[in-house]
Write a protein that binds this ligand. Structure first.
Ligand code: PMP
Length: 518
């Protein structure tokens, strides 16, 4: 273990291997994973990684296993593309009803495969809506130019020198000596403006996935920079209070004529097609939104209703935070929402994009499709998962589990403020942030912290010494994620807290031998 210190960059597998985390699990049920030790004896592990948030209903939920088994035994079709797909349409209806019940809004649902694909589809829909607006504006500009010509022909108006000068100033153009030159300059400016690529915005510490479009909006530099560097189409909202003003810089101008009195006017259109946010940021380290950002969302809604506000609920949605829809519970506007992880009940890969009915483009279903989206098996499992979520009041379960876990972890933080920087989150989406120990008196601990390995080492220790599985969040390795299922039992909860207590005792005593031994 000590040999991992000092290695500059370890690959993901090496990192997990060295921290002792590369165990092969052979069985999974509820909140537990099982592996065989060197004597072939089955060992039980309490799993707080929870499939990176996908096992809200636990591993291998018995009702879902039964359903899957039955469908396969009955040779139900899985891939009958281009036919009436009853399961997919029932799922869409059920998810739309769920959203309506908890947000009061009506959404159109598109089914997809993974979280990142739902985000890609959201970006595409926002860009499509932007392109449609630009096309409509282009038609409006052409109609405006035609109207000018007709009025000129009819002798209703005249282009005089003051108008040409006003246009030169507005367009910052060299002298325009004739109506044709004026019209051509206006047309050229408008064409250029309307062909400008749209922008998408995201938050610092955001995580939206690893395909190129969502990666461009993912903060984590390790994941992003090798692929998407200085992306001119992506903006991060560093200063929420300045963002509206910044939008003026990120706008395009189109020019149209007004006729009473005759003059050329400029209309500024923001280039922002959409802004994506996680109502509770997961991979960035379980971070809640601050008040300034919520204010920005409301201001955007009010002043730029055309900008698509996208709530990425891939990780926090469907009850995990203790609330059925996290953005709605916070009163945040959401034109689109993305869901994945919990939707598949921990057994299927399925995701969904929800677009407010009044904003959806009917043809989008054709513009974004996939061989595997809408498959009957995943749709069936997701439909049943949604039923279970509601029947078992999963959100309420998560809320009370979250309270009990937070209380225990906060007590631990009070006992070890020098080791635990923060404990935060909601429901079954919690994080424990380690203090920055890079200056610690123990050189070993300090170097583990400097190389951002301490979280991994703690995870390895918890696994082997206490049968508890946690992992650091992807974008902030000093945060240990705690994401049990909604069915975590009281004894498991106590086991988890006891294991954390023992870990921090070991660290506090500087007992590094014991920390690293496994
Ligand atoms: N959005 C959020 C908020 C996520 O947490 C994740 C995955 N951690 C994704 C998108 C991407 O989902 P997937 O891994 O299924 O592509």
């Amino acid at each position: 273990m000590a040999s991992m210190v000092g290695q500059a960059t370890l690959g993901k597998e090496e990192l997990l291997e060295t921290a002792g985390l590369m165990v092969e699990f052979t069985r999974a049920r509820g909140d537990h994973l099982y592996y065989l030790d060197e004597n072939g004896k089955e060992r039980q592990v309490l799993d707080l990684v929870g499939g990176f948030g996908s096992t809200l209903l636990g591993h291998n939920h018995p009702e879902l296993v039964e359903l899957l088994t039955r469908c396969l035994a009955q040779q139900r079709p899985v891939h009958a593309q281009g036919s009436r797909r009853q399961q997919a349409s029932e799922l869409k209806q059920a998810l739309a009803d769920y959203l309506h019940q908890h947000s009061g809004e009506r959404y159109k649902i598109y089914l997809l495969n993974t979280g990142t694909e739902a985000v890609e589809a959201a970006i595409k829909h926002a860009r499509y809506a932007y392109a449609q607006r630009m096309e409509a504006m282009s038609d409006a500009c052409a109609a405006n130019a035609r109207e000018l010509q007709i009025r000129l022909e009819r002798g209703e108006i005249q282009i005089d020198a003051p108008l040409l000068q006003q246009a030169e100033r507005l367009l910052q153009h060299e002298p325009l000596d004739h109506v044709d030159a004026l019209l051509s300059a206006v047309n050229q400016r408008n064409l250029q403006a309307l062909a400008t690529a749209p922008l998408m915005a995201a938050l610092p510490y955001a995580f939206h996935g690893k395909t190129l479009g969502s990666l461009a909006l993912t903060w984590n530099r390790d994941a992003r920079l090798a692929f998407v560097r200085n992306n001119p189409d992506a903006l991060f909202v560093h200063e929420p209070s300045q963002f509206l003003a910044q939008l003026r810089e990120h706008s395009v101008s189109v020019y149209q004529f007004e006729f009473q009195p005759l003059r050329l006017v400029e209309r500024r259109l923001p280039r922002l097609a959409g802004l994506i946010y996680e109502p509770l940021r997961g991979e960035g380290g379980i971070l809640e939104l601050d008040a300034e950002f919520r204010t920005l969302l409301q201001a955007l809604r009010e002043h730029h209703p055309e900008v698509a506000l996208i709530a990425d609920e891939v990780q926090c949605g469907l009850g995990r935070t203790g609330r059925p829809i996290e953005s709605a519970a916070q009163g945040l506007p959401a034109d689109y929402l993305t869901f994945a992880k919990s939707l598949g009940g921990g057994l299927c890969k399925i995701s969904a994009l929800a677009v407010r009915e009044s904003l959806q483009h009917r043809e989008f279903g054709m513009l974004h499709s996939s061989t595997f989206a809408e498959d009957d098996l995943s749709a069936r499992v997701a439909l049943r998962s949604l039923e279970i979520l509601q029947r078992d009041a999963v959100a309420q379960r998560c809320a009370s589990l979250g309270e009990a876990l937070l209380e225990g972890l906060q007590a631990l933080q009070r006992a070890h403020p020098e080791l635990i920087r923060a404990v935060r989150g909601r429901g079954c989406m919690l994080g424990l942030e380690l203090q920055d120990l890079s200056e610690h008196r123990s050189p070993l601990l300090a170097s583990l912290a400097q190389e951002q390995l301490l979280g991994m080492v703690c995870a390895g220790h918890l696994l082997h010494a206490h049968g508890l599985r946690v992992l650091p969040s992807l974008g902030r390795r000093s945060v240990l994620r705690i994401q049990p299922s909604a069915y975590l039992q009281p004894a498991d909860l106590q086991q988890a807290l006891q294991a954390f207590r023992a870990l921090f005792e070991t660290l506090a005593q500087g007992n590094l031998q014991s920390l690293l031994a496994h």
